[in-house]
Design a protein around this ligand. Structure first.
Ligand code: ADP
Ligand code: GLC
Length: 485
């Protein structure tokens, strides 16, 4: 089984969120099932070529590509992935990818990912490598199924290729003006009202992917249902419903080599279910780094997150004073939209003896918060899968989550179930967060129950194996017979 996995982020090369974790760890899990994988990524200027030994691929240099009226030139680089088997190909086009961040608001954002997707096909043609499945991820590779069906369908190399589109987040769709259709070299006639590319008069890359992909997956069973409703579908629920027979929810796994308290070398003390008491040493170091007083009697609540509307931090806005009126500590690591940063900064200044906030992206600190906190808070409005709650469960840090998407599929409230592993609230309401934070405090005092709940989390298995097997089944389902056989 040959898989071409196309993504805009991949660990360890470049990451802004969970998409990178998934695209970095799914390929090794798939290759354990015998799949042969090539991953494609843009070669963003911020990727460290020396560190990852990323080298030019001979013969694919300064390839010309005309998109609409503009002429581009791209080159291809590659390296071996962390498993030593998967090959990672990087599309280089400095004019497009050497920017301060990997996603931009620049006027050529559409061109950046149109070029990327064309370059995937041109590279495969050059390598004469015929994938059985193009596995696309989010809008940045949402045009691949359309390009395959409408532009590259005559090339024998691709006649037996199928497409799978994984939706990691329906909130980001790649919506651009109508002119994007020309930039992608599709004719005017393909821009039909209510058709595959059109969305409220604009071009929508994700919609085109949903329309043309042979199969659509998303990253949890609950989210697969949710996105087919108007509440969660971000305007694409209609088109998703029309394809409901071809939508599957596959929960993400977590990489046990990277997020495992027994071996994690980014935390101060390793521990496992058999020596959980060593976890406390991480709390001591976390608080020391945060400049807060350590006490075994004070519960620490951790947050590691992108600061985005999706993550639901508004629930703290009117409750924070009441929450911090109690004897608790809060440690936050995040980056993103300014008004959330302003809010947490204000809180940290006002409650400097209880709250520590760090802005920016800091992987080591993320690991330390996961290991050193007693509770981990994710009050998301929506959460396609969410990885942090699974990391927390693995680390014996009890998640407090809202019941949505992958959070609903992984966290079981301890009050309802003998094997409960966390605290879950149903509705996106400040008072429900407040009650959950209070329940956490009470749980923290009831040591036998607290211990039981966290052991329950630590004994769950979120490894990639099961999910990778489900992807293999999906690939086999969509795989087309090789022509001529
Ligand atoms: P999303 O992809 O929506 O951001 P996930 O829970 O799937 O949410 O994945 C987030 C990933 O990004 C996790 O690996 C998390 O630890 C990491 N992360 C998020 N914010 C930061 C940050 N500020 N510093 C370091 N890691 C972060
Ligand atoms: C998205 C989602 C997150 C999910 C991740 C990986 O960024 O917001 O819930 O875990 O993708 O699939």
């Amino acid at each position: 089984m040959k898989i071409c996995l196309i993504t805009s982020e991949c660990e360890p090369y470049v990451k802004t969120g969970g998409l990178a974790d998934v695209c970095g760890s799914l390929p090794p899990a798939l290759s354990n099932f015998g799949a042969e994988i090539k991953v494609f990524l843009p070669l963003y200027g911020i990727i460290n070529r020396e560190k990852f030994i990323i080298k030019p691929v001979s013969g694919i240099k300064q390839v010309s590509l005309k998109l609409g009226e503009k002429e581009f030139k791209f080159s291809v680089y590659n390296c071996k992935h962390t498993d030593g088997k998967t090959e990672v190909y990087f599309i280089e086009c400095a004019g497009l990818y050497d920017r301060d961040s990997i996603y931009t608001q620049d006027s050529d954002e559409d061109e950046r990912f149109i070029l990327f997707q064309y370059a995937v096909f041109l590279t495969l043609q050059n390598l004469q490598w015929a994938p059985d499945v193009f596995h696309c991820n989010d809008w940045q590779s949402g045009l691949i199924p359309a390009l395959l069906k409408l532009k590259f369908n005559r090339d024998k190399l691709f006649t037996s290729a199928a497409t799978v589109l994984s939706i990691h987040n329906i909130g980001y769709q790649g919506i651009f003006g109508k002119e994007s259709i020309y930039k992608a070299n599709f004719p005017e006639s393909s821009f039909v009202l209510g058709g595959p590319f059109e969305y409220n008069g604009n071009t929508n890359f994700l919609k085109a992917g949903i329309w043309y992909a042979d199969l659509i997956t998303t990253v949890s069973k609950t989210y697969a249902e949710e996105i087919q409703t108007s509440e969660y579908g971000s305007g694409l629920d209609g088109v998703l419903k029309s394809r409901s027979d071809n939508i599957a929810g596959i929960l993400n796994g977590i990489d046990n080599n990277l997020w495992n308290p027994v071996t994690d070398n980014l935390i101060s003390e390793n521990y496992g279910i058999d020596n959980i008491r060593l976890k406390e040493k991480n709390k001591v170091e976390l608080l020391e780094l945060a400049g807060l007083r350590y006490s075994e009697h004070i519960p620490v609540y951790g947050i590691v997150s992108r600061f985005a509307w999706q993550k639901g931090f508004e629930l703290f806005f009117d409750t924070i004073d009441e929450i911090l009126d109690n004897n608790i500590q809060l440690i936050v690591l995040g980056s993103g939209e300014e008004h959330y940063e302003d809010f947490f900064l204000k809180v940290s200044l006002q409650y400097s003896d209880k709250v520590y906030v760090r802005f920016g992206f800091d992987n080591r600190f993320a690991h330390l918060i996961t290991a050193g906190s007693d509770f981990f808070v994710m009050p998301s409005r929506y959460e396609p899968c969410g990885l942090n709650q699974m990391y927390s469960l693995n680390y014996g840090t009890i998640p407090i989550v809202r019941k949505t998407g992958g959070l609903a599929d992984t966290v079981i409230d301890f009050g309802n179930n003998e094997s409960g592993n966390g605290i879950v609230f149903d509705d996106f309401l400040p008072e429900q967060l407040l009650v959950s934070m209070k329940r956490a405090e009470e749980l923290f005092i009831d040591k036998p129950l607290f211990d039981k709940v966290r052991r329950s989390g630590m004994s769950a298995d979120f490894s990639w194996e099961r999910s990778a097997l489900q992807y293999m089944n999906i690939y086999n389902k969509v795989k087309k017979p090789v022509s001529g056989t």
